[in-house]
Design a protein around this ligand. Structure first.
Ligand code: FCB
Length: 449
């Protein structure tokens, strides 16, 4: 059991959650700026207007990343910083920021992994209907090309969309995330199709601009795993993993099949065919572009067992099961079965593009931040990932969510996911115990686990 040579140990973040400087240097509002102003949307009425002030503190943060042992950093560019109107006029100052960031990362021996879309749609595009607008795939491809032209001489790894399950499901089915507008199912299916098409066009734009670029896509979902590892339970867990279930917008298969296999799952078409956009078949070729890798954001899964008749059922979690501070279950096996199922079905190298947990981290009397629960969680999960690598799953890297504590969407600043503590009043950063631990894991390429 070993991680492959060259395995990328890193951290991940997203623009709106860390940057702040919301109205600086020509950045226009995103749907999140608008959403945060609406009473009752965000815990304690918070917003990402300042967040970790990373826009002004990037050099300090990059230096801290190096101390965490990172060899890679997955960050997102803010669309409304780069194209304030969503398309057309380019804001060079916005690009300058990422230009400096990328240079700084490379100077510290940290490889940039750039996500184009981590949920901050320019507000002006939402006013034009957002993902419901038939032009939205083109808007996204234009944005991809602008980013690639400026940064593609140094950035060689791109992800198009982060967790379409969430930014469609959480935003337009339920309304917990921006813009918080519920739409009828027919419209949501249309948005989904536009996002998929936007992905395909963006991949084309990236390839045209950056020859040799590595490009991927980042799904998430419940990484279901067999309750006991018998062939029947494994099959059952696999079915549950890719199933088109009632919460279809969160399905992994419904999003990944079109992107990687060139078709919506048959069960999806059977169920929603009559409500899917006209001529959807015509776009599949564009949607299914050759990809170099998949990202998987993997936090937990559900144990699954065979129902004895070729189907599956969810096994009950044990009474008082282990939970993180945000009450997500602790299920290390998700980091074995998640990448394995994904690799077996789509045959693409896998990066764990996010994994981590929130803890009730505090600064102790000794001035340090002790987070034994994070170390234990990461240790258990990474052992499972190592097992997957040992069993032949082509895993290329692991990006811890997150680098610094940050703005956790509608939960405001209540959840601390960082490996680096952030005091949001003073902007002081403190490496948590887990950061020193992780640096050692990275140094030994996981041999010490
Ligand atoms: C993921 C998001 C990320 C962060 C973590 C905790 O779903 O991609 O931005 O909120 O959860």
């Amino acid at each position: 059991m070993a991680f492959p040579k060259g395995f990328v140990w890193g951290g991940a973040s997203a623009a709106y959650q860390i940057e702040g400087a919301a109205a600086e240097d020509g950045r226009a509002p995103s749907i999140w700026d608008v959403f945060c102003e609406q009473p009752g949307r965000i815990l304690d009425g918070q917003s990402g207007a300042v967040a970790c002030d990373h826009y002004h503190r990037a050099p300090e943060d990059v230096a801290l990343m190096q101390r965490c042992g990172y060899k890679g950093y997955r960050f997102s560019t803010a669309w409304p910083r780069i194209l304030p109107e969503g398309f057309g006029r380019v804001n060079e100052k916005g690009l300058d920021f990422y230009d400096r960031l990328v240079d700084d990362l490379l100077a510290h021996g940290i490889e940039p992994y750039l996500t184009l879309y981590h949920w901050d749609l320019p507000a002006l595009l939402q006013q034009r209907g957002g993902w419901l607008n038939p032009d939205s795939p083109q808007w996204f491809a234009e944005y991809a090309a602008v980013v690639a032209r400026r940064l593609g001489d140094r950035v060689k790894h791109f992800f198009t969309f982060n967790e379409p399950q969430c930014f469609i499901g959480n935003c337009y089915v339920n309304t917990d995330h921006a813009p918080g507008l519920a739409y009828p199912q027919r419209d949501v299916l249309q948005m989904m199709h536009h996002v998929l098409l936007g992905h395909g066009l963006a991949v084309q734009a990236l390839r045209a601009t950056v020859p040799g670029a590595g490009v991927g896509f980042v799904p998430t979902g419940s990484a279901n795993y067999p309750v006991a590892e018998t062939p029947e339970n494994i099959e059952a867990a696999r079915s549950a993993f890719f199933a088109v279930h009632d919460n279809w917008a969160w399905s992994i298969g419904a999003w990944c099949d079109p992107v990687l296999l060139g078709s919506y799952p048959p069960a999806f078409v059977e169920r929603f065919g009559s409500e899917m956009p006209a001529h959807w078949q015509d776009d599949l070729k564009t949607i299914c572009q050759p990809l170099d890798f998949l990202g998987l954001n993997c936090y937990n899964g559900h144990p699954v067992e065979s129902d004895g008749a070729g189907g599956y059922r969810f096994s009950p979690r044990k009474v008082g099961y282990d939970r993180t501070a945000v009450k997500w279950p602790i299920t290390p096996k998700a980091l074995y079965w998640g990448p394995r199922f994904l690799y077996e079905r789509y045959k693409k190298p896998i990066y764990i593009s996010e994994n981590g947990l929130s803890c009730a981290d505090v600064i102790s009397l000794d001035g340090k931040v002790h987070d034994p629960n994070r170390i234990d969680f990461l240790h258990r999960y990474l052992l499972e990932l190592k097992r997957a690598a040992g069993d032949g799953v082509d895993v290329r890297g692991y990006f811890h969510w997150c680098v610094t504590d940050n703005f956790e969407w509608n939960r405001g600043y209540a959840e601390r996911f960082g490996m680096i503590y952030c005091d949001f009043e003073t902007q002081q950063r403190i490496l948590k115990d887990s950061a020193y631990w992780f640096a050692e894991v990275a140094r030994t390429n996981g041999e010490n686990l």
